[in-house]
Design a protein around this ligand. Structure first.
Ligand code: PDD
Length: 288
């Protein structure tokens, strides 16, 4: 049974309770992070906490804990759940004031802080030789204009992901004004003529921690890469297509809207960069 953290107390997840007046419940007025843990160690923790700071300040919510406070909380969460490979979910909302009101509550309303873990399945990048690749579909990006905030307000993402699932696909790749942004819960990479390309950071995408690490690894290992807009035509005509996230690492997409991408198999650049990713994890902890 997993142990969760809620507002200063530790308890079995199934016993954790929040008020129906919580603004996360009423308004989705909150932000979150998903942080992978390998062999009991949080991966790219500083980067995840930087993004959390960005999300909190973007919604004008004072950080309820210091940087060290977050680190201690997450370390204790992992220890109480006996380490291993996990994903940590951390959510902060604008608390549960006595009255439902769209405007912010009094500044001294305590934020709600909730954290839990889930088991993490091995990612396809860990087994490049047996990975066959996934199917994705395209969909119009119906989200708001502040996708850089990791907001718990995910209804558009949920509807888009469900559309993908209903089509037998694992992800919806989103198009805004004919330009690819990202997946419903992932960032997007294409490979064209040997160059790895991902859309530039902007308010229209979530700045993925996995995305940033992939760019870092490409630069460190002389894999040509660029941050550039990807048109719908370039997306469909890519040699390789990947989606990336903390929980799924790098997933090769081999079919898009029922058309093969490249030769319909995970490509050589994916194989190379997935290998760099796995090596990087192992360099931090050989058992990861
Ligand atoms: N989602 N874009 C969106 C819209 C996302 O929801 C995510 C991750 C990403 C990838 O970000 P990162 O590499 O930092 O995980 C990009 C998480 C995993 C989720 O909501 O569960």
């Amino acid at each position: 049974m997993s142990i969760a953290y809620l507002n200063g107390t530790w308890q079995p997840l199934e016993d954790a309770r929040i008020s129906p007046l919580d603004r996360g419940f009423l308004f989705a007025d909150g932000v979150y992070e998903v942080i992978p843990v390998y062999a009991g160690k949080a991966f790219r923790l500083a980067e995840h906490l930087d993004r959390l700071d960005h999300s909190l300040s973007a919604i004008q919510l004072a950080a309820p804990l210091s940087r060290t406070g977050w680190e201690n909380l997450l370390n204790e969460l992992v220890q109480r759940n006996e380490g291993g490979n996990l994903s940590v979910y951390l959510q902060i909302t604008r608390g549960a004031p006595a009255k439902r009101d769209h405007a912010f509550p009094a500044a001294d309303t305590p934020a709600t802080v909730f954290a839990m873990v889930s088991p993490m399945a091995p990612a396809p990048s860990a087994t490049p030789d047996t990975t066959t690749g996934a199917a994705a579909v395209t969909a119009e990006d119906t989200r708001w204009l502040r996708c850089d905030i990791k907001s718990v307000s995910l209804l558009p993402n949920i509807l888009l992901r469900q559309y993908a699932v209903s089509q037998g696909a694992i992800e919806a790749i989103l198009l805004r004004d004919g330009v690819a942004t990202e997946g419903s819960a992932s960032n997007l990479f294409v490979v064209r003529d040997g160059t790895v390309i991902t859309p530039p950071k902007s308010p229209l995408i979530l700045g993925g921690i996995t995305r940033d690490l992939i760019l870092e690894l490409c630069r460190a290992h002389a894999v040509p890469c660029a941050e550039a807009n990807v048109s719908e035509a370039e997306l469909r005509d890519a040699d390789e297509l990947w989606v990336t996230s903390s929980t799924r690492e790098l997933v090769p997409v081999v079919r898009l809207d029922d058309q093969a991408i490249g030769d319909g198999r995970p490509g050589p650049v994916w194989r190379k960069v997935a290998g760099l990713y796995t090596d990087f994890k192992r360099s931090l902890d050989p058992s990861a």
